[in-house]
Ligand binder design. Structure first.
Ligand code: ATP
Length: 611
């Protein structure tokens, strides 16, 4: 449950310079929006430009109407024709404004949804190119997590930036009117607004630093939420009576967040109130100036309404623009996380001129003094491994927990590259082969294989997803792993939904799931098959028959089996014994028994248990 230590979390507030620098992410962001859907982007821009001209037009017509009314009120039998034209025009503009606003909201929502889908797909696609050990790195994991949040959060940024541009244009129109009357009013306006802006940016920085600093703990919070309420965890949580423990930890963490956030929110709200008062002061000072001039008769009542309206709107707009500027630059900082994620490159490099995987392996896989150390580990998981896995050979790996068996097979499938030494395939470095081709030719079923909450057939088809509609192949694979008997018992047979997460799902037993997972190995015509203890949940007899069948069905192919059951292990052509990551014995069952070393000791220990 421990969240891994965080190295890249910054908790200090960000400077204005940093925020301005973050704006550099906006063009890339807009490119992404443009790529999402160019027509919606264009339509959105056009609508917003039209919408930004509306406020000043409405105010101006309002001014004309008031002046016209005043003028007509002094006349007898006045011609109201022009007045009604103006009212009609204002009415038309008012409806158009509403319609435009709604159309903009609609465009934003549509574009936002598409953007979120587009970026989610991009994240998944990029994540798929990365290496296994990158996923095991907490710094990477935090980046992934923040990038994932961006897919939703950034749709807000999208409408914020768009609104910002729209408001800026509106402001230019309104300011032009105000300037024509008295440029000092603009200065008054700025003075009233600047403290609010600075306060706003300060608090945005604080809240960003807080959120970012909380990332690892938020991850823990999510994990606890999952532990506390999920079908996969419910059984163990009940048996060990863990709910109290989980809830307590959740409460501690969420209370801590609440306290931290509350402190900041209160401070923000107090300062915000003060700044708003300053803003009002500025507004009323300007209002007084305009009123005095109206009383003096140097402006008409219509102009008074126009100027007061313009000033009020300008103030609201400016406030909005300034506070949104902080939000936008804040969003742009988060964007940096998003783009940084896409900058992460896989460590497992693809060969420049990759060799195709041999049609038929000739010499086999040769380990030459291979060593491997996990990035975040002190100890070597494998060291000084030198041996050859011959074509067609069945090799069993034996060793105590943590001896390095799984690591060895991960190296064979190039999920990792050796830290030292090299692995050769037919005399050439494994790194020189085409990676996709290599993975296609290596079938591997791990002990922690996934139980997909999908149909029975799909659970097998994942072994070679390009054949997902090849029912005969799926059925043959099921027969080979002895899972076919199971399908026959299920209400919807091969189309049966498995697992409990979705409606009509049927849960299988551990051993049944393993048979399904094993069928995946038979889906592809791989030249090397690796079974990493996928049979541990089968009873001894079932495991024996599964492996016997496996040996029969894979004649001529190389295979690596990992099992803690010696009845199974002895079926292999050769057995490799690992201890603390090193190879200590290798040979046939008989040879190793004769040698009377570690293998013989472990074998006799287990045989004793069966007597
Ligand atoms: N992702 C990882 N990051 C860091 N260390 C790891 C990782 N996976 C395994 N290790 C460490 O590497 C060593 C070898 O692990 P490995 O999984 O290869 O052992 P194993 O022989 O397959 O064990 P078991 O029989 O329990 O499955 C262990 O000490 C383990 O703690």
């Amino acid at each position: 449950m421990n969240s891994r230590p965080q190295k890249n979390v910054r908790t200090e507030p960000l400077t204005l310079k940093e925020r301005l620098a973050a704006l550099r992410n906006l063009p890339a962001f807009f490119l992404l929006v443009w790529q999402t859907n160019r027509w919606l982007t264009i339509a959105n821009a056009i609508l917003r430009i039209a919408r930004s001209a509306m406020p000043v037009a409405l105010l101006y017509i309002g001014k004309l109407i008031i002046d016209q009314v005043l003028q007509l009120s002094h006349q007898h039998n006045a011609d109201t024709h022009y007045l009604w034209q103006l009212v009609g025009l204002e009415f038309g503009l008012a409806i158009s404004t509403d319609a435009l606003s709604r159309a903009i909201t609609l465009m934003d929502a549509l574009l936002g949804d598409l953007f979120s889908n587009h970026t989610s797909v991009k994240i998944m696609a990029h994540a798929a190119t990365l290496d296994l050990d990158q996923f095991e790195d907490s710094v990477f994991y935090d980046k992934l997590e923040r990038a994932r949040q961006q897919t939703v959060g950034r749709t807000v940024l999208l409408s914020q930036v768009m609104s910002q541009v729209q408001d800026l244009i509106t402001m230019v129109f309104l300011a032009a009117g105000l300037m024509a009357f008295n440029p000092w009013l603009i200065v008054l306006l700025l003075i009233a607004i600047i403290p609010a802006f600075l306060g706003e940016s300060y608090f945005n920085d604080q809240s960003y630093a807080l959120t970012r600093g909380q990332t690892p703990e938020r991850r823990e919070l999510d994990y606890l939420r999952y532990l506390g309420a999920s079908d996969e965890t419910a059984k163990e949580v009940k048996i060990f009576d863990l709910s109290g423990f989980i809830i307590e930890r959740f409460r501690q963490l969420s209370d801590k967040f609440y306290a931290e956030n509350k402190r900041l929110s209160i401070k923000r709200s107090l300062w915000g109130t003060l700044f708003a008062m300053l803003g009002s002061l500025g507004y009323y000072a300007a209002y007084v100036v305009i009123i005095i001039r109206a009383v003096n008769g140097s402006v008409t009542i219509g102009e008074l309404a126009f100027l007061a309206g313009s000033f009020r709107q300008l103030r609201t707009l400016l406030e909005g623009i300034l506070s949104r500027f902080t939000a936008v630059s804040q969003g742009a900082i988060y964007l940096r996380d998003f783009f940084e994620f896409f900058e992460i490159e896989p460590q497992i490099k693809l060969a420049k001129n990759p060799l195709p995987f041999p049609k038929k392996i000739q010499q086999g896989f040769t380990f030459e003094d291979v060593g491997f150390k996990y990035a975040n580990a002190e100890r070597w998981a494998n060291r000084h491994l030198s041996f050859t896995l011959y074509p067609g050979e069945k090799l069993a790996l034996v060793g105590e927990n943590g001896a390095g068996k799984t690591t060895l097979v991960k190296l064979l499938a190039r999920l990792y590259d050796p830290t030292e030494g090299r692995i050769l395939l037919d005399g050439k470095d494994l790194r020189d082969y085409d990676l996709v081709d290599l993975r296609l030719n290596v079938g591997i079923i791990f002990q922690d294989y996934l139980r997909y909450q999908m149909t029975f057939a799909q659970n097998i088809a994942v072994g070679k997803i390009s054949e997902q509609y090849n029912r005969p192949l799926i059925e043959t694979s099921a027969r080979q792993s002895l899972a076919d008997v199971l399908a026959a018992k299920l209400p919807a047979a091969y189309d049966q939904q498995l697992g409990k997460r979705f409606a009509q799902g049927v849960e299988l037993s551990g051993g049944e799931w393993q048979k399904v997972a094993l069928a995946r190995a038979y889906m592809r015509d791989a030249q090397l098959l690796i079974l990493d203890e996928p049979t541990s949940a089968l009873d001894a007899r079932a495991e024996y028959s599964v492996f016997e069948r496996f040996a029969e069905l894979t004649t001529g192919k190389s295979a690596v089996l990992i099992s803690h059951r010696f009845s199974t292990v002895r079926m292999a052509d050769r057995i490799l014994v690992l201890e603390k990551g090193q190879l200590i014995e290798i040979g046939t069952h008989e040879e190793l028994i004769q040698k009377d070393g570690r293998y013989a000791e472990l074998f006799n220990l287990q045989a004793l248990g069966y007597r």
